[in-house]
Design a protein around this ligand. Sequence first.
Ligand SMILES: Nc1c(NC[C@H](O)[C@H](O)[C@H](O)CO)[nH]c(=O)[nH]c1=O
Ligand SMILES: CC(=O)[C@@H](O)COP(=O)(O)O
Length: 140
Amino acid sequence: MARILIVEARFYEHLNDLLLAGARSAIEQAGHEHETLTVPGALEVPGAIALADESGDYDAFVAVGVVIRGETYHFEVVSNESARGIMELTLAGLAIGNGILTVENEDQALVRADPAQLDKGGGAAGAALVMMELRQRFVS
Ligand SMILES: Nc1c(NC[C@H](O)[C@H](O)[C@H](O)CO)[nH]c(=O)[nH]c1=O
Ligand SMILES: CC(=O)[C@@H](O)COP(=O)(O)O
């Protein structure tokens, strides 16, 4: 049984609850344990994963959150930099599934977060488990 840390950027609570439900369900169905760590926004997620990895307690990570376009360039900064940070950690060898939605409006987010619809939280958990298996296979 593996230990998976879900790191959630709790910026939109009702949407996050859906992403979390999907991620937790997928991990439980695969027979693994999970914990959840909450940070304020998507920009904090890569740093939180990096810090948590220092503990050596986790086999994989699932990032969840929602970034909705506003009026300014902030959307691009939050979307791109959170993804870049997660990708840098992935290329450094961590097993991470990225379930941070980057959308134009709340309707798009709802369809993608809902476990009964596109279930992006579950999808991100599935990706994390695949990367964990690759890590176990290729890294001693
Ligand atoms: N606008 C959104 C944010 N912005 C907040 C940043 O992520 C960050 O917490 C802040 O700049 C302090 O460092 N975060 C989201 O997750 N979603 C957004 O739509
Ligand atoms: C991520 C965003 O774009 C957002 O929540 C910030 O909105 P704004 O650009 O209107 O300040």
